[in-house]
Structure formats: structure tokens, C-alpha cells
Design a protein around this ligand. Structure first.
Ligand code: S3P
Length: 430
């Protein structure tokens, strides 16, 4: 067994307890980036310490931003003097949000820089942000005919754009809106289906000139103001426990202070539709984001059909929904999810390959998966993680309900968003 191989022993007890998940990754990235656009210090509390958000902090530091930790998860971002030309290449690591949003921000700043990332990030599509940014007048070049990182930028004044995005992608939408924040005129982005709207909500909270109307968002040049930002727990991390609680016999867990932005709560709708017993407690609003506690009890699940309308609201949860579907009575169909092929890994292929090894009755489709349940998963195999934290955690939950132990190679990818993942599981099943 190499250092990164994790053994998972099937669980023979229910999960019980109250706990918190790490801070929302999407909102943490935005908090750090947007705070750097304010000309006064900004206090951020409950920042995510997963390595993706640390990549954002190190990119900002290389651009001259001062970052001072006050305690483990709270920090002050100070960019009073504005970004400076970085002396070296900026490394976004494994993080699509870092590279795509920073490309939009840096396109409008008057200096030269290069953004790159790890092997997985350098395979992911960049043309989806580069081409609209070029339409705004940006000077951007990228590998493989302007489609892949490394991306080099010579920042300049941009022009607003009216952009009809072919994909429902919060990273694309945010990249253009952030460029629009420093452009002449108005920028409008329209999506085929609304993607997560953390950018819009946080920019509005910081007094930007921004308006959301259904699937359309409009922004004009704005001066952001300093306000404290508190980050809620990440519903995409909570999702692994929502499914574990629903499929491990007699479990009852409460996950506290989770972000419940309606553009992210598709996992709750899907699990409820599958018959899971889920309740929301203490719902409230903080820093323009809904937040609350989620209670889940073990339930008998039934298969459902999931199609394109809801996909953007469950885009990061489909691997763990597929694990739930192996335990649901009937045939679950997931379609309209081709975007999954462009994530940290090709998640359609990864989920199909790994669940198949566990004996799941699963079919791969160009735009999704078909899963016939309910199947007792079998252990005795070694699963792969494909440089993908969500595949690692989905594999782990599947291992908990297999009939014998499994091993997971390169499990360290979990640290991208959830370093405390196995520690929490151990406490809940103690
Ligand atoms: C993210 C948006 C989603 C999601 C990713 C984080 C963001 O991607 O998959 O993990 O922070 O904006 P797209 O909406 O771009 O598909």
C-alpha cells in the first residue's frame, strides 16, 4: 500500500451526531478575490482552508495583496495599493474557480501575467472564458489555440459586453462579470439555466452596481466597499454526509450552519424526491446568503430521473448522488450532465468505472449515467480518484456500505476541499 492509499472498512453502526462541514469553497474564493478589489482592509471569517482556496490566496499574494490570518479561519485581506505585476507565473493548482475568475479580473488590470495550474487544470476548457473576454477587448493568449492553460494576459481597459453564454457555468458568468466591473459601459450575461449566484450576491453585498433578473445579470463599473464577510458551511461537502446519513441504516445526523443558497440546494431536492427524510432547521440570512442546519435520517430510497434543468444546482453532487442511486429501488437516470466531463476529472467516466468495480449496475451515457438499484456493493477492490476530491469522497462513502474492505489510491485529493472528511466520519460512527 503506498502512502496515499486509504483503506475503507465497511461500517456496521449508524452515523449519529451534530457537526459542521468546512466553509463553502465557492464563496471563500470569491470573498478573497472581491476583498482584494476593495481599497480598504476586509475581514473574512470562516474561510475554507482546503487547498483550492489556499491556491487563490497564494495567487493574490503574488499580486501584492497582504493577507493576515487573525485566527485559524479568519483573515484580513488588504490591497490598499492595488494589484502589482507578479514576478513569476501564478499557480492556480487544481482550482478551476481560481483560474477562470482571476482571468476575468486580471484581463482589466494594466500589467502582464501568466496563470497556470496542475495536470488536471491544464486539461480543462479555458476558451469558454477567453473568447468572451477577447470580445471585451482583452489581450489573452493560451496554449492549444487559446483553449487551455497556461494563459497569459496583458491587461488593458475593457468594453462592456452583452453575452449569451452557451453553458450554464458560474465560473464563466463570474469571469465576465468581474471583467465588467472594470469595463467601460454595461456588461450583461445571460445563461441557458441559472448557475450558482454567489458572485452576484457578494458583489451586491459589497455595494456593486449589479442586477439579477432570472437567468440574466447586468453589471456596471463599481467601487466596492469594505464589509465583514462570513462564509457558511459548504453544501457540496455536506452532500457526502446527507447521502451517508440516508443510506447507512438507522443514522440520524444534523449538519450545522450550511449555506442554503437556492442555486446550490438541488441535492436536498433530489434526495427528498428519492424519499430521504430531510429537514431544514434554523434558517436565516447572513451576508446576503441563506444558511441553516440540515437534519437527515436513514430512509428507503427510490429511483428518480434527473434532467438538465436541475443539473447546475447539483453540478458538484452528481458523483455522490450516483452512490445514493445504487441504494435506491429502481432505475435512476441522470441526463443533460455533459458538463461533468469537464470537471477536475471526467466525472461521468470516473463514477461509471469506479462504481462498476464495486458491482453497481451502471451504464455510461454521453451526457450522464443510468443506475439500476438496489445493489449490495462488493468490496475487495482498489478504487482510483483521478486527481478529483469529489471522486475520492464518493468512493469512500461507497466503501462504507460495501460487503468487505476496499482501498482508494491517492486519497490525498480529499484535501482540495475537505481535509477533515474522515475525522468527522470516524466521530459520527464512534
Ligand atoms: C464553481 C462553479 C461550478 C462548480 C465548481 C465551482 C464556482 O462550476 O462545478 O466546483 O465556484 O463558480 P461551473 O458552474 O462553472 O460549471
Amino acid at each position: 500500500m503506498n502512502n496515499n492509499t486509504k483503506k475503507v472498512t465497511p461500517i456496521n453502526k449508524p452515523l449519529k451526531g451534530n457537526f459542521k462541514v468546512p466553509s463553502d469553497k465557492s464563496i471563500s474564493h470569491r470573498a478573497a478575490m472581491f476583498a482584494s478589489l476593495v481599497h480598504e482592509p476586509v475581514l473574512i471569517s470562516n474561510f475554507s482552508l482546503g487547498s483550492d482556496c489556499l491556491s487563490t490566496l497564494s495567487v493574490l499574494e503574488a499580486l501584492g495583496v497582504k493577507i493576515e490570518f487573525q485566527s485559524k479561519n479568519s483573515l484580513i485581506i488588504n490591497n490598499k495599493e492595488g494589484f502589482k505585476e507578479p514576478k513569476n507565473i501564478l499557480d492556480a493548482g487544481n482550482s478551476g474557480t481560481t483560474i477562470r475568475l482571476m482571468t476575468g479580473i486580471l484581463a482589466g488590470h494594466d500589467f502582464y501575467c501568466v496563470l497556470t495550474g496542475d495536470e488536471s487544470l491544464r486539461k480543462r476548457p479555458m476558451a469558454r472564458v477567453i473568447s468572451p473576454l477577447k470580445e471585451m477587448g482583452a489581450n489573452i493568449w493560451a496554449r492549444d489555440n487559446d483553449t487551455k492553460a497556461p494563459v497569459s494576459i496583458k491587461g488593458r481597459k475593457l468594453q462592456g459586453i452583452n453575452y449569451n453564454s452557451p453553458v450554464a457555468s458560474a465560473q464563466v458568468k463570474s469571469s465576465i462579470l468581474l471583467a465588467g466591473l472594470h469595463s467601460e459601459g454595461i456588461t450583461t450575461v445571460k445563461e441557458p439555466v441559472k448557475s450558482r449566484d454567489h458572485t452576484e450576491r457578494m458583489l451586491e453585498y459589497l455595494n456593486a452596481n449589479i442586477m439579477e433578473q432570472g437567468t440574466k445579470v447586468t453589471i456596471g463599473a463599481s467601487e466596492l466597499v469594505s464589509k465583514p464577510i462570513t462564509i457558511p458551511g459548504d453544501i457540496s461537502s455536506a452532500a457526502f454526509f446527507l447521502v451517508a446519513g440516508a443510506i447507512i441504516a438507522d443514522s440520524e445526523i444534523i449538519i450545522q450552519d450550511v449555506g442554503l443558497n437556492p442555486t446550490r440546494t438541488g441535492i436536498i431536492d433530489v434526495l427528498k424526491q428519492m424519499g430521504a427524510e430531510i429537514e431544514i432547521l434554523n434558517q436565516r440570512v447572513d451576508c446576503n446568503e441563506e444558511i441553516g442546519d440540515i437534519k437527515v435520517n436513514y430512509s428507503n430510497l427510490k429511483a428518480i430521473t434527473i434532467d438538465s434543468e436541475i443539473i447546475p444546482r447539483i453540478i458538484d453532487e452528481i458523483p455522490i448522488i450516483a452512490v445514493a442511486a445504487t441504494q435506491a429501488e429502481g432505475t435512476t437516470i441522470i441526463k443533460g450532465a455533459e458538463e461533468l466531463r469537464h470537471k477536475e476529472s471526467d466525472r461521468i467516466k470516473a463514477v461509471y468505472t469506479e462504481l462498476k468495480k464495486l458491482g453497481a449496475e451502471i451504464e455510461e451515457q454521453p451526457d450522464g449515467l443510468i443506475i439500476h438499484g438496489k445493489t449490495k456493493l462488493k468490496g475487495g477492490c482498489t478504487l482510483e480518484t483521478y486527481h478529483d476530491h469529489r471522486i475520492a469522497m464518493s468512493a469512500y462513502i461507497a466503501g462504507l456500505i460495501a460487503d468487505s474492505p476496499i482501498e482508494i489510491n491517492e486519497f490525498h485529493w480529499v484535501n482540495i476541499s475537505f481535509p477533515e472528511f474522515t475525522g468527522i466520519l470516524d466521530k459520527l460512527s464512534f
